[in-house]
Design a protein around this ligand. Structure first.
Ligand code: ACO
Ligand code: ACO
Length: 150
């Protein structure tokens, strides 16, 4: 498995980006400002990671996704540790990540990787997404913000 910087975002990358974030306009905007990495396994693109500097000394994992067929094999966890190492090497102090309150598996994964909850952005998904999102049989409304110092 190899993680490398993406030179140019292609449609295969967009499919993955969209599985983590359905808002095409937002995604297009932050991939331009952030640093994008792809995970290559068996000569295929199986994962994506977008890191965005948000405030001084703070880096956000703004998008992380693994293709369906390769999920549950530790690739997501490896990408999060890669992001934490990248942040440390580039002298960031804090790494943040945000996810839906209904994303129960993702909340488990991020806490397993050392993130702690830092806040709730109530109605974030109601305000920013025009189509209703349903996950784990719940309507998604609130964004959970998590962070950790590196
Ligand atoms: N549901 C339940 N459990 C999960 C989930 C999930 N969605 N994701 C990870 N886990 C658990 C795994 O079961 C595993 O548990 P274990 O430690 O007991 O073995 C642990 O977390 C580590 O999982 P990995 O195999 O490393 O995770 P994976 O490679 O599947 O990647 C990811 C996780 C990126 C969330 C993947 O499921 C995915 O692409 N999902 C769709 C897109 C998405 O939701 N992206 C995140 C949106 S938020 C954001 O982008 C900032
Ligand atoms: N883990 C996963 N899913 C759960 C859990 C759980 N611990 N508890 C409930 N659910 C889900 C059920 O799967 C069900 O899902 P569905 O709607 O898809 O069918 C739904 O929630 C409703 O479940 P019930 O069968 O009504 O819940 P149950 O009778 O099991 O009672 C309770 C839930 C009280 C949390 C029970 O699991 C329990 O006593 N747990 C140990 C004590 C505990 O944790 N209490 C809460 C602490 S917080 C507090 O007291 C304020």
């Amino acid at each position: 498995m190899m993680i490398r910087k993406i030179q140019e975002i292609q449609s295969l990358h967009y499919d993955l980006l969209q599985s983590a974030d359905p808002d095409h306009r937002l995604v297009t905007e932050y991939v331009k400002r952030g640093v994008c990495f792809e995970v290559i396994l068996n000569e295929q693109i199986v994962g994506i990671l977008v890191l965005l500097p948000t405030r001084p000394e703070t880096l956000e994992i703004i998008n992380i996704a693994v293709s369906d067929h390769y999920q549950g094999q530790g690739i997501g966890e490896t990408m999060i540790h890669f992001a934490l190492d990248h942040a440390k090497q580039n002298h960031y102090k804090t790494v943040e990540i945000g996810t839906g309150s209904t994303s129960l598996g993702q909340l488990y994964l991020y806490q397993k990787c050392g993130f702690r909850m830092s806040g709730i952005d109530r109605d974030f998904f109601v305000r920013h997404y025009k189509d209703e999102i349903v996950e784990n049989k719940l309507i998604l409304k609130d964004m959970v913000r998590l962070s950790q110092d590196v």
